[in-house]
Design a protein around this ligand. Structure first.
Ligand code: COI
Length: 354
């Protein structure tokens, strides 16, 4: 398939104050778009000016949420070049989500090349200040106008870009986590491990309740027993417990996070034992109180590494250590961002420089 490049006639003003960047609010000049029809396959791939879509009100995505997305970042390096972190892994996961949601897969080499070409064309939009990056959002939606419940025959796949600052307003500040004993995000056999919008929509009610009580995020327990900690929606959870790392196994309800995978590799390289096992909420709460739980942090593309300051479950709240980011958490944050921004070597070959 050919990739057509259409000109931008009315460029947006460039960002002058990078300190005002808010996550996911401001978009660049161009986007990648391609279309799919059953029998014809993917076609009309192009990089075009960023613009709204016009869509039939019966488009299936609007009714039955047949949608998937990805999140990855491009980073400005000290020499001015732009680097991407493991983009092929995101493209692979995009196709895994597509299979789960009965959507057409993309041609991985073509999609990755198109993504890199888009970043090259938009490289002026990659911000330069500490902690900023260009967030990349590949998305696929079912566009066929049809109210029957079945996989659609028409899709739109697109990539949009936004220059971003830190995901949380407090930057690397520790987050307050509410462990929900009532609401659940994903059940075994469901769509929990797919990156599909419905999983995020399902999390909003509990997240709003948590926010009203003064918490930053919800930590989800397993749907069956409501006993084992799983993930925080926008991040996987890792625990430093008795000197070992514990994280939920990937058994269908937890996203196979690329930052999670990279962090586990770094931890193995640092000599830590990793236990991918179900950890009970009691272990977390008691561990925070008796000191066996030394650190806890989330991992994700948007958040990178996010330290947890406290957990609240039912009527009980526990602070972790002195409530400040732990030593290992900070070391991982500095190592990962060091690799991404080119301050540290990249021994595992995760970086592609444009
Ligand atoms: C990411 O970390 O890229 C995510 O997709 C999480 C969130 C912003 C939805």
């Amino acid at each position: 398939m050919n990739l057509e490049i259409l000109p931008v006639t009315e460029p947006k003003p460039q960002i002058t104050d990078e300190s005002s960047l808010v996550f996911g609010k401001q978009f660049t000049d161009r986007m990648f778009v391609m279309e799919y029809d059953t029998g014809k396959g993917w076609h009309s791939a192009r990089i075009q000016p960023y613009a709204p879509f016009s869509m039939d009100p019966a488009a299936m995505v609007l009714h039955y949420s047949q949608e998937i997305f990805e999140g990855l970042k491009a980073f400005r390096r000290p020499d001015g070049s732009v680097a991407m972190f493991r983009p092929a892994d995101n493209v692979r996961r995009f196709n895994q989500s597509a299979r789960r949601m009965c959507m057409p897969e993309v041609d991985e080499p073509f999609f990755l090349d198109s993504l890199l070409e888009l970043i090259r064309l938009e490289s002026d939009w990659v911000p330069r200040s500490e902690g900023t990056s260009l967030y990349i959002r590949p998305t696929m939606i079912a566009t066929e106008p049809m109210l029957g419940v079945r996989p659609a025959d028409q899709y739109l796949c697109y990539i949009i870009l936004c220059p971003v600052g830190a995901y949380y307003k407090g930057g690397i500040a520790p987050v307050k986590i509410w462990i929900s004993d009532h609401y659940v995000r994903a059940a075994e056999g469901g769509t929990g491990e797919a990156k599909t919008g419905g999983n995020y929509a399902a999390s909003l009610y509990a997240a709003r309740e948590a926010a009203l009580k003064g918490y930053d995020q919800v930590l989800w327990l397993d749907a069956k027993e409501k006993r084992y900690v799983e993930e925080v929606g926008s991040m996987n959870m890792l625990f430093l417990y008795d000197g070992k790392i514990i994280t939920s196994p990937l058994h269908g309800t937890v996203l196979d996070g690329i930052t999670r995978r990279s962090t586990l590799t770094l931890l193995r390289e640092m000599g830590y034992d990793i236990e991918e096992r179900a950890m009970t909420v009691e272990e977390v709460m008691a561990g925070a109180q008796n000191g066996r739980l030394q650190e806890a942090f989330g991992t994700g593309t948007a958040v990178v590494i996010s330290p947890v300051g406290s957990f609240c479950y039912k009527d009980r709240c526990v602070q972790l250590g002195d409530g400040q980011p732990g030593e290992l958490t900070m070391k991982l944050y500095n190592t990962l961002t060091g690799i991404q921004y080119g301050r540290l070597p990249d021994p595992d070959g995760w970086i592609i420089t444009l």
